[in-house]
Design a protein. Structure first.
Lengths: 154, 139
């Protein structure tokens, strides 16, 4: 019963995310279409990124990333480094590093993770590949570890 | 940006985002946030009114409405400076368009043949080590 409910919640979240993206592609003139950061396939970002908004990665990112919203990592994305986010949906590849999710960290089918995961809530779907350690965040731990990158927003 | 461009293929730094480092992309990129570093794009850079861009920008085309405090544009084709922009830096381009009320401080110079391809293939650290004005004088 519990499991069933959990799955429903995650499916709804996923549908919502998908719907947002579809709406954005269909209506490029929507004022919100520029609110979501995007690292497209064929793009490589190396460095530190901090954002108040959501971000979707389909390309390569290496460095540190702070996201006050949701990080969505597409199937073809390749990531390396430290990621501090509120929520994470991960379908791509993490070659090395750490992911800190203040709320929910969700590993999607066919994702490949080599690294350490820190979170409040954790969900792993079948066919995720995960090598590393995972740990529930302690009180105040997220704010502490994310502070250096989050400070870029000030 | 053209309406027929698939938004999923455009990289984007939104307002409320700060990025420091290096970006290289085979496609277009839109910036509304803050960027500091080196950006290489085989496509078009569109910088919105809220954008703050510092560092080296090496692109095929640029539409710039934002602010540059310190940096250099290397544009293989057309550099368009919109009326809302404020640029303090060096501009290298093949073709230049400046709208009324654009605020520009710095050097403007058309790119010589092959100059852009040399630049675009240079690794980041080499580009910084080799000051561009000196290179110009040699020619």
């Amino acid at each position: 019963m519990m499991l069933g409910r959990k799955n429903n919640v995650s499916e709804e979240t996923e549908k919502k995310t998908e719907r947002t993206i579809i709406t954005m592609s269909a209506i490029p003139t929507t004022p919100n279409s520029n609110d979501v950061n995007r690292i497209a396939l064929g793009s490589k970002f190396t460095g530190d990124l901090a954002t108040e908004n959501d971000i979707r990665i389909d390309g390569d990112f290496e460095g540190r990333l702070y996201c006050a919203g949701r990080l969505v990592v597409g199937e073809k994305a390749v990531l390396k480094g430290d990621f501090f986010c509120n929520n994470v949906d991960f379908s791509g590849k993490l070659t090395a590093g750490n992911i800190y999710a203040q709320e929910t960290l969700s590993l999607k089918p066919n994702c490949t993770i080599t690294g350490n995961l820190f979170f409040k809530r954790f969900q792993v779907e079948l066919d995720s590949r995960f090598t590393g350690s995972c740990k529930v965040l302690a009180e105040g731990e997220f704010a502490k570890v994310s502070a250096p990158v989050a400070a870029m927003l000030k | 940006m053209d309406n027929n461009v698939n938004l999923n293929e455009v990289s984007r730094l939104s307002a409320g985002t700060t990025f420091k480092g290096e970006i290289s992309t085979s496609g277009d990129i839109r910036v509304d946030g803050k960027f500091d570093g080196r950006l290489t794009s085989k496509g078009r850079l569109v910088a919105g009114e809220s954008a703050v861009v510092n560092g080296d920008v090496i692109c095929q085309n640029v539409d710039f409405s934002g602010k540059m405090d310190k940096g250099t544009f290397y544009v293989a084709d057309t550099l368009t400076l919109k009326g809302t922009c404020s640029v303090n830096g060096d501009l290298r381009y093949k073709r230049l368009q400046v709208d009324l009320d654009a605020k520009i401080t710095g050097n403007l110079r058309a790119l010589q043949d092959n100059e852009f391809s040399k630049l675009a293939n240079q690794p980041a650290h080499k580009a910084e080590a080799e000051p561009q004005p000196a290179k110009t004088e040699e020619k």
